[in-house]
Ligand binder design. Sequence first.
Ligand SMILES: [Zn+2]
Length: 482
Amino acid sequence: MANSNQLQPASVFEMFALINKVPRPSKHEEQMIEFLVDFAKKNNLQYKVDDTGNVLISKPATLGMEDRPTVILQSHMDMVCEKNNDVQMDFLKDPIQTWIDGEWMKAKGTTLGADDGIGCAMELALLVDESVKHGPIQCVFTRDEETGLTGAEGMQPGFMDGDMLINLDSEDEGQIFVSCAGGCRTEAVFTFTPEPTPEGLFFLRLQVKGLMGGHSGDDIDKKRANANKILARFLYTSLKRYGLRLSDIQAGGLHNAIPREAEALVAVPVKYKEQIRIDWNLFAADVEEEFRVTEPSMQFLLESADAADTVLPADVNYRLISALQAVHNGILAMSQDMELVETSSNLASIRQEAPGRIRINSSQRSSFMSNRHNMANTIAATFELAGAEVNIGEGYPGWKPNPDSRLLKVTVEQYERLFGRKPIVRGIHAGLECGLFSEKYPNLDMVSFGPTLRGVHSPDERLEIKTVDLVWKHLLAVLENI
Ligand SMILES: [Zn+2]
């Protein structure tokens, strides 16, 4: 691939070049909406825009194919805007500058916007291509996928009225996505009156750090250690052995990240101060062994600390530490349809935010709404038993695999016919817009696929050029044969 004139399919890359002239940061998609509306008008295509700003452009069936199911093609119109420090760029005004680096298309020091501009480009190319054969088509461009799926969330039932939907926002050519996880957050709050520190206690600061962390959905099956749970294990055994008292705890962070660091200020009777150090070292060695492959750089720190004025009252101390030991964390269930996590929970943070108030945040995910509720209830019940105030957030829905999907059958068949190999059919243990569609359009038959992208959401974002042609051919074959 020497230069951009040779990019194939030319029509898709031409559309992508046009799209990259239109500023479209998440939540600032006005110019992109206008561009899409103009595009529809110019090409005499019917269109509508909903109150949220989602755009739908229809194209009638090719002559003789009017009785085919209506297929919705869907991408999101917004993009993540990241740049390197040395790049001058106003994402609200300036076009994205692309260049070709061997097999890859890249941007000059910014995100490329192929997530999901390349999906939008395929839809536009299809809308004006008279050589393609298909049934009735609806091209949908959702707003603001990247900062909370709010375009798909705001879409009203009835806006789209197709039978099947192909989401063009996946990032691995040769993989067909058929499910995603829904999620919610569960919060527990312990409130209490701190107790003045009793006589004869020795204070220690415990820290677990240097963990891998990662995404609480995508990485939940990688056996990464959860810093909060590691710390909780030690607190629980020391509570039983020495009557450990907690004075402060600051552990974990973002709800969608596996926690990498946890810290607690604790106290034990002075006579146990040497014994607990020995325990800590033995504990550290055991845990390092448990995670010797997946967590090569864990650190366990214990240091003497100045005495604090207060500790948790004994009953709250017992209930909180026991709940942290008891609460589920990690995978609850694997999928019955494919090699994928179906349901999980992440104990994200434990923080004393003011004296006498400790807040615990966790997030649950599942491709089955029912099991997401079950998972959240399990977490809630654990903390309720321990006397905490618990709140389960509303969350967003998942998309469960449909083993009878006609669209999937055709999608797989056509891939094999074209390329002589089987595509990988899989799900993702994180959110996609398809989860929201499956709630509003329960009978919609959906799949998701797209060309290969790497480094998305960063200035490293790049598009593997040859996969665009593969996906385009595949897409056309699916439309012709559905
Ligand atoms: Zn995307």
